[in-house]
Ligand binder design. Sequence first.
Ligand SMILES: [Zn+2]
Ligand SMILES: [Zn+2]
Length: 350
Amino acid sequence: MRPTRHSAATVLSAAAAACLLFASAVEAQFGARPPNRSSLLDDGALHVVICGSGSPLPSAERAGPCTAVIAGGRMFLIDVGPGSTENLRLWGLPLGNLTGVLLTHFHSDHIGELGEVTFSSWTGGRAEPLDVYGPDGVERVVAGFQAAYELDVSYRVAHHGADLLPSDGGKAAAHPIELTEDASSRVVYDEDGLKITAVLVEHEPISPAVGYRIDYGGRSVVVSGDTIRSANLEAASQDVDVLVHEVLSEALIGGAAQALASAGNERTGKMLRDTLDYHTFPADVHALAADAKVELLVLSHLVPPLPAAQAESVFMRGRAEDAPNEAVVAVDGMHIALPANSDERTIETF
Ligand SMILES: [Zn+2]
Ligand SMILES: [Zn+2]
């Protein structure tokens, strides 16, 4: 059969129609065209975005733990829990400019999407290996994800060409952080006014586990990682603008563990009960935030990951009526902007 010949105009109008079709399909699914939030990179503020406020228990509205920090042309992700990459892409955050990933420890709910976020930031435009920081052991985690994605990287380079997708961008580089009881904090990144400090926290038997403090333009945020109430973290959180802290409701988890055991499901009951000894309870988080004089406490990594309507009453329990700080329960898409060298703060939800 003779091949059909199309004029340039026909091809162009077909391409335009395909674009329109794609845009309207996206609009039908999400209610709006995907946003582009690249302007957050360079507007002079320190931005904090909760890209996952959940925990290992399933939730329809909370992805696994993930906090994005954007400032001075750079973007870091603190943990990359399951579901977080999709959130970042739906919200139009500038993944192609991802500078690095800061892992707090290697529980699956914190590292599950290291492969996806490496892949998505590469196809988004990142051309160099992704820097991944974490406690001792990060080399194994990075090597494992890299091995799992190696074939896909080779397929994409072969299919699209190395000019479009340089193979280095499909890789990640591990940066182990050495911390000890005697040297419980360490600066892991300090360039052009953006400083990141790792802080040893307490999540036994997972050791070492760290939290991170980020400083930019006279503003500061601390992300706890998983920990019981930690003196190191409290010291690092003195007077910070934002403290994103994990929290576990001992009333709900303890009660559920008891109920499961009573119903004959001793195995699941024990696993649930075990989690009580390495997370922080609401009253302790609120007390730490007050003692450290943080400006705003953001409760995240919610265990259990209750819907927003119920989470408030559970996780605000134990907060003193005269607490000096403000406190909110995180939702996925919470965005806090801290303009440099000011006391201003805005909060919105994407
Ligand atoms: Zn966790
Ligand atoms: Zn953990």
